[in-house]
Write a protein that binds this ligand. Sequence first.
Ligand code: HMG
Length: 383
Amino acid sequence: MTSIGIHDLSVATAHYVVDLTELAEAAGVPPQKYLTGLGQEAMSFPAPDEDIVTMGAAAALPILERHGTERIRTVLFATESGIDQSKAAGVFVHKLLGLPSGVRVVELKQACYSGTAALQLAAGIVARDPREQVLLIASDIARYQLDTPGEPTQGAAAAAMLVSADPALLELEPTTGIHTADVNDFWRPNDSTTAMVDGGLSLRAYLASLMGAWDDFHARGGAGFHTIERFVYHQPFTKMAQKAHARLSQHTSHAVSINALKGSLDYNRVLGNSYTASLYVGLAAMLDNSDDLAGRRVGLFSYGSGSVGEFFTGIVQPDYARHRRREATLAALEARHPLDIEGYRALHSAHTESSQDRETPHVTSAPFRFSGIQGQARQYEAN
Ligand code: HMG
């Protein structure tokens, strides 16, 4: 059988970074609540000329520079911060990246989960014709209202992946466990720029979904818990991954291994929730921060409120260390500009999803920018 999986993985984030100790102090909250209680130090925040398209294209660009475009026949764009009700964000990316016309492009939505649906669809496309590769982009900006409990769990990032036969990073194993249940834990109505959330319910729904997905995985003959050496979880905040792993260990009657999450929290802790990208940013962090993963089995849990969860596994490939992008990701995190609380609140309040014509100020130093709206249509350009 052809081996299929993630051949390349690249992460991009936003222009600004907000320090959560400063946010806590401004809110009159003990900083340890955010640092230890949520496991978050900082959050990425976009400039007015950035959005899911500019971050997604920035994440994908290095993949095309390394592998070319010849074998790419599909672009799947996963997001829950969609910028249009009809046109797929990936079509803008297709143009920015100069992809050929013989490429199908589509957008997928189901809260933070749709990147994983895209990965499974991509694996199917590659299985049908192993000459083809799929460019998968998961890109999101997590926005909650100011002065709400969700505020310190905002963030922004994109993860781009090349899914192919004979992957260099992670071979996907075919068994997956799925759990879908209609829950009103988190949603974003069409007339709101920020998410609605029932925080307590969302935590319970996440954990219930994990147990349901695991049980389905187990029932379908998935790998035993003891054979999975590392775990990567969807990370709305990094403490959630620790809670999830503790609960799954208990559910399967295993002790919690301290190494299980090693490295996987490092990027999310400083860039915040990136919804669809979060799990794959976690995977990049795990691969980047361990040199001894070759041949090891990794378990991944993807959760999207509302809700859909999926547990699946992959085997880290022998030469993965040569193909990862540690330096580039660290450089992107380092390049962010600190934004003080006054500036952050002003930008947050000024954010609009209005389609009125306007020009955006030139702020970002990313490779692509959102230049504004003309004739009610969004405009993008190389920077
Ligand atoms: P909250 O009510 O502000 O916080 O909301 P809390 O009172 O529950 O405290 C949080 C933690 O800090 C607790 O830890 C406290 O004990 C601790 P725990 O007991 O749970 O381990 N704490 C302290 N620790 C040290 N020093 C202190 C201190 N004070 C308190 N002084 C909540 C927290 C996560 C609910 C809120 O931030 C929220 O609503 N966030 C958004 C929703 C969310 O992230 N849900 C996660 C699961 S759903 C999901 O993952 C899907 C999602 O990504 C969206 C999608 O799918 O599209 C969100």
